[in-house]
Every structure is written in C-alpha cells, then in structure tokens.
Design a binder for this molecule. Structure first.
Ligand code: XMP
Length: 521
C-alpha cells in the first residue's frame, strides 16, 4: 500500500488544496470529513494526519473538535489554522477571540528555526479570527507575525505541529515545501505517488474489478474520459470497447481529432455514434441548466445501453470522473462543502443504470490526470487540451439550444480559440513549462439569450451577445479571469461581430471563481 497522509476537513475552502500540495511531493493524500469514522480514515493507513482550517471558534458550544482516535493514534499531526486552534484547545492551551483577526498576506518571523519551519520562511497567508494565547504543555512557539505572537508551534517529541497560516495556498511562499517536510521528514512517508505507481495501482484495481469481463468506455473528447479510457485499455486491452458519441454539442473538428488520436497513439479504434438529432430533440425547449445536464447525462447512458446491447452487453461503463467532480457534486461522503452543480458524469446518472461503473480517476486531481495521460502515451495535444464539460456546448449555449445557435456559438468559439492559440495563450501547460503568466487554463465563448441593439452598415440590428470567458487557474476550484491583452480582445470581438451571423455584441467576463463558476451554467 502506498504511504499516505490523511487530511481531515474541518470545513475549509482550501481543504482539497492541502491534499493536492501533499501529492505534489509524490505522497498520496486523501480528504475526509473531520467526523468521518475512524475506520474510514485509517483504511488508507496514514503516516500522518493534517487537520484543515475551518469556520467558527473551537471554544464555542458545538464546535468541531479533534476526534479522540487522532490523538490516540500516535501519528504525527499537523493542524492548520482552525486545525491548530483545535489542537491547542484539545491539549490544554488557550485559544481566544482576537479583537480584529488577521486576514491577508503578512510577514512571518521565525523565532525558532527547525527543519519543519526554517528561518527563511517569509510571506504567509493568514485568515483567522481567533488567536493562540497560551501554548499547551510540550509545545514551543516557532514563529510570530505582527498580529499573532504565536503563529506556528511544534512538539518534536510527539511530532505535533501547528500553523496559524495556510501553507496550502500559493500566496504562502514555500508553503508546499512545509507540507513536503511534514509528510516526508516528519511522518516518514515515502515519495512513491508517481505517474507510474498511479498507473500500476489503477491497472491492478481495474483488473480486480473487471476481471475477464468487458467494459464500455464513454469517450467524450475531454481529457478525463480519454485518460480514463486509456488507463482501462492499458489494464484490459481489447476487453475494452470505446464509444465516441457525437452529440452535436462538440466544438469544431473535435470528433475527428479525438478518434484519430486514439487510433494513432493507442491503437484503439473508437466506435463513432452519430446522435446529433437525438440530442437536439431531447433538448428542444429546455432552458434550465440542471435540466439540460440531467437530460444529456441520461441520453448518454441510454445510447451506451443501446451500444452495449449491440456489442453483446459489456457489464462495465468507464467514466472519467475526477476528484473535484466528486467533491463538488457531493456524490461522496468525503467533503463537507456545499453542492455547486450537478456534474454530468456524477449526478446526472439515471437511477436505473444497468452498468457497473469503472472510475479510475475518481481520486485524481486534474493535473495528475494529465501527467498520467502523458505517461500512458496519449499525445500532448489531447492531454494538455483545455477542459470541456461533459454536457458540452449545451451549457455554453444559454437559453434554448437550436442547431442555428450552436453553429453561431461554435464559430465564435473557434475565433476565440484560434486567436488565443496564435498569441501563444491557449494551451494549459505544466507549471515547469509555463512561459507566460497569462496563459489561459480555459477559454471559451458563451452565447447569451439576450438581444441588444446594434448598428451595422447604417442598419439597426437586434441580435444576440457572445460572452468571452478566459480564466487562469491551477485547480479549477478557484480561478481568476485572464488579463488578456486589450488588442487581442479587440481583434477577437471585431472578428466575431463581422464573421458570425446573429451576433452584434461581445462582452468579456471579468468575474473570478468564486463567486462565479467557470462555466456559465
Ligand atoms: P465550474 O463551472 O464548476 O467548472 O467552475 C469547473 C471545471 O469543470 C468543468 N465542468 C465539467 N466537467 N462535466 C465535466 O466533466 C461537467 O458536467 C462539467 N461542468 C463543468 C468546467 O469546464 C471547468 O473546467
């Protein structure tokens, strides 16, 4: 079993990031609600436990406390923000409300340098209302800030540590390094969570699940479903049949690119199904986003069922569900955060599904999926392509979906994409290969069901609006709008109103996630 670090989520918006940063050190990490049963947490055989931040005060009635088994486990513990306060509270120190709290980036002064927190640590992100007044017995104060005399603590005998700041966010310089030292130096976890080990483990568990039976893969054209299919193909070879459905909701040339890539690089021939009319009929008159997602998810499954019958009924269906999908859809018991939208590949599944699911990416973050895809031999163009939602253009064509509106959206999207590509700003690429800070992690056009007045060649026009969405993000959980050069935006807008029929206005979405989401629906 791979060495692992368990992260207990006390309700922090950054809890997933903690697991992700730990994994960047090649140590497996998984997120659990803070009140998950002991058995569940211990089932990954953790070498250490990290407790996340969270809202509220540890000394209030009903506040979430550290479960007893954590302190009895003898494992190294790291408490972050609320997690540190909970540790102080549980072990006999004092946490109290501070008059003004401490929010934002601040300078940290290390008062006692250790291997865990060396003197070089400087800028950190703070976000807490309560403060540590008195340390529990056995702890030493390791650092302070202007507002927090105790900003980090350690007890090297029990291997208990606490940080009032957030090492998991990029704003904290060297934060990932602190988590690496905790996982590897203090917990003694081996750095064995590598693409090869992910592939080997997945192959083994797919073998166990599927055995000599057959599986059907739903390849949508996105990175996730492609890598999922490639992984299952590695595990069971031609027991896998991969079906590519043309829903009519794809981007320009997408179908051809995907089928060719699979054939060329994996020797896997996709079965192409033309279901454009079927989807169009099912979506006629539907404008509610959740309804669109449900209908599309259900159609997908029905089509696969029909394919499956033709193919002699494989028992398994491969899905490219990834970890953030699982957490955001609340389809799993592993997070406490609110449900945001029903992702097509999780919540949209009909109840009476006749397949058993194979979801080899269920515990992987997006960047891990890409690295695994590369290691499996998929072409970089496919692996590093921008994400595309399962429901496709349906959730970017706001209002009613018609073939005409889709054609318009596709043309605008193609203009945006080709201009970004020409400017070298399109592809998401691995951090270490990053050349420009404005490279967009995701960029697309959205067609709005809003008509506005314009003037073209002295004629009044009354046509729809295209919104451009381009974001920078590492994890797709939070995102910022890309600061694209104005000249480039001007060229894109100009081309769209001139070349795309039915559109007379282009706007640029300058909202971050949160509060907006990346997609509009
Ligand atoms: P949001 O809009 O929630 O999107 O900020 C976050 C990321 O997820 C993608 N997305 C989806 N992916 N099925 C998917 O596989 C879906 O139903 C779906 N909806 C959104 C979105 O494109 C972005 O990358």
């Amino acid at each position: 079993m791979t060495d692992a670090i368990a992260v207990l989520d006390f309700g922090s918006q950054y809890a997933q990031l903690i697991a992700r940063r730990v994994r960047e050190s090649n140590v497996y990490s998984e997120l659990f609600p803070c009140d998950a049963p002991e058995q569940q947490v211990m089932s990954i055989n953790p070498k250490g436990i990290i407790m996340s931040g969270g809202p509220g005060s540890v000394f209030q009635p009903g506040a979430r406390q550290i479960p007893a088994y954590v302190l009895q486990s003898g494992l190294p513990i790291l408490g972050i923000c609320y997690g540190m306060q909970a540790l102080v509270h549980a072990l006999g120190g004092t946490v109290s409300a501070s008059p003004e709290g401490e929010y934002g980036i601040t300078s940290l002064e290390v008062v006692k340098a250790t291997t865990f927190l060396p003197a070089s640590q400087q800028q950190v992100l703070m976000s807490h209302g309560d403060t540590i007044e008195e340390l529990p017995p056995g702890f030493t104060n390791l650092a302070r800030t202007g507002k927090s005399p105790i900003a980090a603590m350690g007890d090297p005998h029990r291997n208990y540590y606490g940080l009032l700041f957030h090492p998991e966010v990029r704003h904290t310089q060297g934060g990932a390094e602190i988590l690496r030292r905790f996982a590897i130096d203090i917990c003694g976890a081996k750095a064995e969570w590598t693409p090869e080990s992910i592939i080997n483990q997945s192959v083994e568990s797919i073998h166990q699940q599927v055995g000599a039976r057959r599986a059907l893969a739903a390849v949508s054209g996105g990175v996730d479903s492609s890598v999922a299919a490639a992984l299952v193909h590695r595990a069971i070879g031609d027991q896998l049949v991969a079906v590519f459905v043309d829903t009519g909701l794809l981007r320009k040339h997408e179908g051809l690119q995907v089928t060719q890539a699979f054939k060329e690089y994996l020797g896997l021939e996709l079965i192409a199904v033309d279901a454009r009319q079927e989807f169009m009929d099912a979506l006629r008159g539907i404008i509610d986003p959740e309804e669109k997602r449900k209908i599309i998810g259900e159609r997908f499954i029905r089509i696969f069922e029909a394919q499956a019958r033709q193919l002699g009924l494989p028992e398994f269906l491969v899905q490219g569900t990834i970890y953030p999908d699982v957490v955001e859809s609340r389809a799993s018991d592993r997070s406490k955060s609110d449900r945001i939208k029903t992702h097509h590949n999780v919540g949209g599944l009909p109840d009476q599904m006749q397949f058993e699911l194979v979801e080899p990416l269920r515990y992987l973050f997006k960047d891990e999926v890409r690295v695994v895809g590369e290691a499996l031999g998929l072409p970089p163009d496919l692996v590093w392509r921008q994400p595309f939602p399962g429901p496709g253009l349906a959730v970017r064509c706001l209002g009613e979906i018609t073939p005409e509106r889709l054609t318009c959206l596709r043309a605008a999207d193609e203009i945006l994409t080709s201009e970004l590509r020409a400017a070298g700003l399109l592809n998401i690429i691995p951090k270490e290969r990053l050349t420009t800070a404005t490279a967009t992690a995701q960029a697309f056009a959205v067609l709005l069901p809003v008509q506005s007045v314009g003037v073209m060649g002295d004629q009044r026009t009354y046509e729809e609006v295209i919104a451009l969405r381009a974001v920078t993000t590492e994890d797709f959980m939070t995102a910022d709008w890309a600061r694209l050069p104005h000249d480039l935006l001007a060229r894109i807008a100009n081309r769209i109103v001139n070349e795309v029929g039915g559109v007379n206005r282009v706007v640029y979405d300058i909202t971050a996630k949160p509060p907006a989401t990346i997609e509009w629906e």
